[in-house]
Design a binder for this molecule. Structure first.
Ligand code: GLU
Length: 588
C-alpha cells in the first residue's frame, strides 16, 4: 500500500485551498463517515477528497476528480469528449441527470461514415476529424457547478492543474494503452510529441507532464465555460477537426465543425430514468444513453424469477438470456430522444418484460441473436401508426472497454454517479495543438446504415451505453454503481446489481466477480481465466457459449450506504490497474 504525505492544494488564480490532504492509504475499498469517492485513479480520488475536505460538495468533488482523470487517464476521458452525470440532491430529495453527450456538427448527415455507399473501415473512421463530435464535457461541468455545486472552476480544477504541471509516473496500464494505439497516435504530430518517444510508447516509470492540459484548465479556470466554447481554444479545436494536425506522409479524413457548432453546444438537464427492482428504486441515465433503459428492461425480465433461491448456474443462465433479449430491444429502438420517439413506456413496462421473459428457455441458451419484441403494444396509446422499421443495429465495430466512471458522496448526503468518455481508447487520436487533450471519436457510436433510429444527423447525439446508476431504498440512497466498457457497460452494471441484490455478495465481491457479457450475439464475452472455470463449465451445461477472445471487461466504481450510517466506497481490485476508494473519516 502506498501512502501520501500531507500536501496543500494550490488553486488557480493565486488562491490556496486552506486544507491539508491527510495521509491516506490508497486501496480499492474504504469504509467510514463523511464523504466518499471511488475512481480508477489514485490522483483523481485524492483530488475529490481534497475538495470534500475543503468544504466542497459531491458535485464539486466529482468535477475535480473528473478533471484529474483527464490528466491521468487521458485515453479514456477528458474535456475533448462528453458524458452523463446522475446526481441525487439530498436537500430536494430528487435525482437529476446532466446529459453532456457530444453532438454531430451541423453539416453531418446519414452518410458520414460511408464511402461509395459502403461503411468505412472502422480504424479509418476513428482516426479522423470526421469522427469528432462537438465536445460536451466542459459545458456539463459548468452546468453541474453552477446549478448544484458550491465552488467555481478555479477551485475544482486546481488539483488537476497541479497534477498536469508536476507530472505523474506512467504506469503499466497507461503504457499499455499507448502501445495499443501507436499506429493511431503516430499519425498526429501533437499526439506523438506527448505520448511517443522515437515512435514508441513512452516507457513505464516516465514522469509525464502535460503543460498543454494545464494551460487548457487554467484558461477555463479564469475564463469559465466560454474559454472552451468561444475563445482561442475553440478555434484550436475547430482547426484540429477540420485540418487534422497530421504528421508528414499521413492523410486522414477531415471533419466539418464550425465555431457555431461549438458556441451553440448545450448540455441537457433531464429527469433520471426511474425503474424498480426488488424494493430498490433505480435512477439511471435516460436517452440518448440506452444505459438506464436497457439495465431497467433486463432487470424487469429478471424480476420474475426467484434468482436467489436457484442454483447459481441457472440464475446466471437467466441473467445472460435476459440481457440478450434486452439488447435486441435496445438495438432496434433506442436513439436520441430529440430525433426519435422511442417506445420507452412500452419497453419499460413490467408487462412487456413478462412477454420477453416467456421466451427464455429455463434449460437452454438461445441459438444466436434474437429478434426485437414489440413494445408499441405496451405504450399508453398502442394505436400509434408511425413505427420505424425494425432493423438490427449495424455498427462498424464491436464496442469494448474504454471510458471511465467515478462516484462521490458528501457529508450532506448528495451522491454523484458520473461516466464520461472520449469513446475509443485515445479517441480520434487527435491532440488539440497547444492544449494537450485528445478529441473524441464519439460519432462512430452512430449506426452506419439507414434506416435506423441511430443514424447520424446534424445536431444529433449518438446513442450511448453509459449507465451511471443511483439506487434508493425506502427513499434514501442505498448504492451507486457504474462502469466504462462501451456496450459492456450495460452488462457490467446489470451483473453487479444482480450479484449484490440477488446473490447477496458484498459490493467489493460483486465488482470483482468475473464478468460475463451477452449483448444479443451468438457467443457471450468473457474475461481472461473464465473459460474452463467451474462456473463456465456449469453454464456450458445450459448451452452457453463463449467468445474465443477473452478481454478485461469494464472498471466499475460503487458506493454503498450502510445501515449504520457509514459509507463504503468500492473500486476495482485488479482491473485497469487498481482503483482508489477514499472516505473522509475512516472506520465504522
Ligand atoms: N462511446 C461509448 C458509449 O457512449 C462509451 C465508450 C466506451 O466505453 O466504449 O456508450
Amino acid at each position: 500500500m502506498r501512502s501520501r504525505s500531507p500536501a496543500t492544494v494550490a488553486l488557480a488564480c493565486g488562491l490556496v485551498l486552506s486544507i491539508v490532504v491527510a495521509p491516506v492509504a490508497a486501496a480499492p475499498v474504504a469504509t467510514g463517515h463523511g464523504g466518499a469517492v471511488a475512481t480508477i485513479s489514485e490522483q483523481a480520488s485524492q483530488s475529490a477528497l481534497a475538495i470534500l475536505n475543503g468544504g466542497g460538495n459531491a458535485i464539486d468533488a466529482a468535477v475535480a476528480a473528473a478533471a484529474t482523470l483527464g490528466v491521468t487517464d487521458p485515453f479514456s476521458c477528458g474535456i475533448g469528449g462528453g458524458g452523463f452525470m446522475v446526481i441525487y440532491l439530498a436537500r430536494d430529495g430528487r435525482v437529476i441527470t446532466i446529459d453532456h453527450r457530444e453532438t454531430a456538427p451541423g453539416k453531418a448527415g446519414p452518410t458520414l461514415f460511408q464511402q461509395a455507399g459502403k461503411p468505412l473501415d472502422f480504424e479509418t473512421a476513428v482516426a479522423s476529424g470526421a469522427a469528432v463530435g462537438v465536445p460536451g464535457t466542459v459545458r456539463g461541468w459548468h452546468e453541474a457547478l453552477e446549478r448544484y455545486g458550491s465552488m467555481r472552476f478555479a477551485q475544482v480544477l486546481a488539483p488537476a492543474i497541479a497534477v498536469a504541471d508536476k507530472g505523474f509516473k506512467v504506469n503499466a496500464t497507461f503504457n499499455g494503452l499507448i502501445e495499443q494505439n501507436v499506429a493511431k497516435f503516430r499519425q498526429f504530430t501533437p499526439t506523438s510529441e506527448l505520448y511517443l518517444h522515437d515512435g514508441k510508447a513512452i516507457p513505464t516509470g516516465t514522469l509525464l507532464r502535460n503543460p498543454g492540459m494545464a494551460r487548457a484548465y487554467r484558461e477555463i479556470a479564469s475564463g469559465g465555460v466560454k474559454a472552451f466554447y468561444e475563445g482561442p481554444m475553440a478555434r484550436a479545436i475547430v482547426d484540429a477537426v477540420n485540418r487534422p494536425p497530421v504528421a508528414k506522409g499521413f492523410n486522414v479524413r477531415a471533419g466539418a465543425m464550425t465555431s457555431a457548432d461549438l458556441a451553440n453546444y448545450e448540455a441537457r438537464i433531464r429527469p433520471a430514468l426511474r425503474s424498480t427492482y426488488r424494493g430498490y428504486e433505480l435512477y439511471g441515465m435516460p436517452l440518448p444513453s440506452s444505459g438506464g433503459a436497457t439495465v431497467a428492461h433486463a432487470l424487469n425480465i429478471l424480476e420474475g424469477y426467484d434468482l436467489k433461491s436457484m442454483p447459481r448456474a441457472r440464475a446466471e443462465h437467466l441473467y445472460i438470456e435476459a440481457s440478450r433479449l434486452a439488447f435486441a430491444d435496445r438495438n432496434a429502438y433506442l436513439a436520441d430522444p430529440e430525433y426519435i420517439d422511442a417506445p420507452l413506456a412500452g419497453l419499460l413496462s413490467k408487462d412487456f418484460a413478462a412477454t420477453r421473459r416467456a421466451l427464455i428457455p429455463m434449460k437452454t441458451a438461445a441459438p444466436g441473436a434474437v429478434a426485437a419484441g414489440d413494445p408499441y403494444a405496451f405504450q399508453d396509446d398502442p394505436s400509434v401508426p408511425l413505427r420505424p422499421p425494425v432493423r438490427a443495429s449495424i455498427k462498424m465495430a464491436p464496442e469494448n472497454a474504454h471510458t471511465t466512471h467515478l462516484t462521490v458522496s458528501d457529508k450532506d448526503g448528495n451522491v454523484v454517479a458520473y461516466t464520461f468518455t472520449i469513446e475509443s481508447w485515445g479517441g480520434s487520436g487527435i491532440v488539440v495543438p497547444g492544449y494537450g487533450f485528445l478529441l473524441n471519436n464519439e460519432l462512430t457510436d452512430f449506426d452506419v446504415t439507414s434506416p435506423h433510429p441511430n443514424i447520424p444527423e446534424a445536431g444529433k447525439r449518438p446513442r450511448s451505453s453509459m449507465a451511471p446508476t443511483i439506487a434508493l431504498k425506502d427513499g434514501k440512497p442505498a448504492f451507486s454503481v457504474g462502469s466504462p466498457g462501451g456496450s459492456t457497460i450495460i452488462t457490467t452494471v446489470l451483473q453487479t446489481i444482480v450479484n449484490y441484490v440477488d446473490f447477496g455478495m458484498p459490493m467489493d465481491k460483486a465488482v470483482n466477480a468475473p464478468r460475463i457479457s451477452q449483448r444479443n450475439a451468438p457467443e457471450t464475452s468473457i474475461e481472461p481465466g473464465f473459460a474452463g472455470s467451474t462456473q463456465a463449465r456449469a453454464l456450458a451445461g445450459f448451452g452457453q457459449r463463449w467468445e474465443s477472445h477473452a478481454e478485461e471487461i469494464g472498471a466499475a466504481n460503487a458506493l454503498v450506504f450502510n445501515a449504520d450510517g457509514t459509507v463504503t466506497a468500492v473500486s476495482e481490485g485488479k482491473r485497469h490497474g487498481v482503483g482508489t476508494a477514499l472516505v473522509q473519516q475512516r472506520g465504522h
